[in-house]
Design a protein around this ligand. Sequence first.
Ligand code: URA
Length: 234
Amino acid sequence: MRINKYIAQSGIASRRKADDLIINGNVKINGAVMKEPGYDVKETDKVEVNGRQVQGEQKPVYLLLNKPLGVITSAEDDRDRLTVLEFVKDVDARLFPVGRLDYNTTGALIMTNDGELTYRVTHPKHELDKTYRALVKGVLSKEKLAKLRNGVDIGGFVTSKAKVQIIKASKGSTLVEISIHEGKNRQVRKMFAAVGNPVQSLERISIGKIRLGHLKEGHYRKLSREEVEYLKNC
Ligand code: URA
């Protein structure tokens, strides 16, 4: 099997990214750097990417985790904080989070070892709507709602149209549901900050048609076949 396909099937990266890793000298075969994207991996080869051994083809696994508060989405942390991988330890596959959620955001996070699917779902051109429940400080006036819906400047970037709906307004805060398809860093927090209503808590409740439902924080479930097909065709 070609080396880029081998790496993609291990879940580390899409084939395209695997080609970059190879060309940039991040891949070793049996201890020696290998920069040939057409290399055919043999059964006895030991393949390493960035110093880590790669397993080759794995059974694809697709999970939805309810990410708890105070957990990071990257696979490793230099500050020793808890990562999402801790919550899927009993799964016999090398899983990666699909996209990111902030340390202080809870909710829906897809995890898989399918590098192609990760690439597809996170690519901006697929524009999957992601819906969040945000508890924000203060009152959201009609003008502010219109701004959030039509686009706000979050610092050099004007957001595109968003669906925004007030769920509950109490004295000091407002519970809002917001759907966006862009994925700028801390976008939802920045959008509310831009209209003067800082986010107090944030939960992602769906990724496209994949809904968090009643999944408890720190728990995960397998995606159904229909959900996986939906993501593959998004
Ligand atoms: N927007 C944010 O501000 N944070 C998240 O974690 C996701 C979207």
